[in-house]
Design a protein around this ligand. Structure first.
Ligand SMILES: NC(=O)c1ccc[n+]([C@@H]2O[C@H](COP(=O)([O-])OP(=O)(O)OC[C@H]3O[C@@H](n4cnc5c(N)ncnc54)[C@H](OP(=O)(O)O)[C@@H]3O)[C@@H](O)[C@H]2O)c1
Length: 300
């Protein structure tokens, strides 16, 4: 018989009261799993989230000892040290479930918890988490899942992902660095480009409200196209058309306001050309834009 959330998870705790910790805490409550405690680097962060989740604010060791399900949601760079510190102080015990939510780290970082007898897992919400957090932030979202010593779709991390409203995606055998880089490209890099587009609209003379509205509308349409047709079939714009003069003007204009952005624009334009299909349209665009892309930016 496969495990159910009722038989496995009676209470949760959050160590690291940031964006992921808040989203997971609210998701636990939504799933009917009470949050016993919240810990963080600073007491004020722990108190803020604990108050929202009707939990106690305490130290990481106390928090970890207070529940069957422990989410360590600190920044990736300190996660190993935090797990080690809790294990060293006796905060983990047999029968507990200890997880992190990092896309790039694997299970090895949880080895101290495993040595204490806990079952360890990775549950990575593949979605950007930003405050304010809502109870349904994670509902319907993919969640990368890996459970120590258990393969397949019915392991306890997959059960937990479904309990929190997510859709499990197995991370067994997946190259985590490339997986995480891809996730960052589809989320963070797109958002950074949107922020830069907003700046360029402002530099063009639009007001802030118009700039935000245009960026929002454009990225919403692009996201809808990508979801429906896939990214390659959704490429539009002057590079795809092979409008070399337009691209040259963009290079010149962008350089005037932000040289680094002009370099980024050029690099992504080169990438667009390499994504266009072999054959008539793609080859023609590559030929027409070749000279513009090969010239240094200060030639424009
Ligand atoms: N944000 C996302 O979109 C997202 C999505 C998927 C997965 N994740 C993963 O979730 C994890 C957390 O990321 P995040 O974006 O939520 O980071 P974040 O917003 O910066 O939050 C991290 C929290 O950890 C706390 N912290 C830092 N050092 C600590 C320590 N030594 N002991 C205890 N708590 C400590 C910080 O506390 P103070 O507030 O007290 O300084 C902060 O509240 C990472 O593994 C990340 O890869 C994030």
């Amino acid at each position: 018989m496969s495990p159910t959330s009722e038989t496995l998870f009676s209470s949760g705790t959050i160590v690291g009261a940031g964006q992921a910790g808040a989203a997971l805490g609210h998701a636990l409550l939504r799933a009917g799993i009470p949050v016993a405690a919240v810990a963080s680097r600073t007491h004020s962060s722990a108190v803020r989230l604990a108050t929202a989740l009707q939990a106690q604010a305490c130290s990481p060791v106390q928090a970890a000892s207070s529940a069957s399900l422990v989410f360590v949601t600190t920044p990736d760079d300190v996660l190993g040290a935090v797990v080690e510190e809790i294990a060293h102080a006796g905060g983990f015990r047999p029968g507990q479930f200890v997880l992190h939510c990092s896309g790039v780290l694997d299970l090895a970082v949880l080895a101290p918890a495993e040595r204490s007898g806990a079952r360890v897992g990775v549950l990575h919400p593949v979605t950007p988490l930003t405050p304010p957090d809502q109870a349904d932030t994670l509902v319907g979202k993919p969640m990368g899942c890996e459970a120590g010593g258990e393969a397949g779709e019915e392991n306890w991390v997959c059960v937990l992902a479904r309990t929190l409203g997510g859709v499990p995606v197995s991370l067994a055998g997946v190259d985590r660095v490339l997986y995480h880089a891809a996730a960052c490209m589809a989320a963070n890099l797109v958002v950074a480009m949107c922020a830069s587009a907003e700046d360029v609209f402002l530099a063009a003379g639009l007001d802030a409200a118009a700039a935000q509205a245009l960026v929002g509308s454009l990225v919403t349409s692009s996201a809808r196209n990508v979801t429906r047709k896939g990214p390659r079939a959704s490429l539009t714009g002057p590079a795809r058309r092979g409008d070399a003069n337009v691209i040259a003007q963009h290079f010149a204009g962008l350089q005037q306001i932000d040289e680094e952005l002009a370099h980024a624009y050029k690099a992504v334009t080169r990438r667009i050309l390499s994504l266009l299909p072999e054959g008539d349209a793609g080859d023609a665009a590559r030929e027409r834009l070749g000279a513009v892309l090969d010239a240094p930016l200060d030639a424009f």
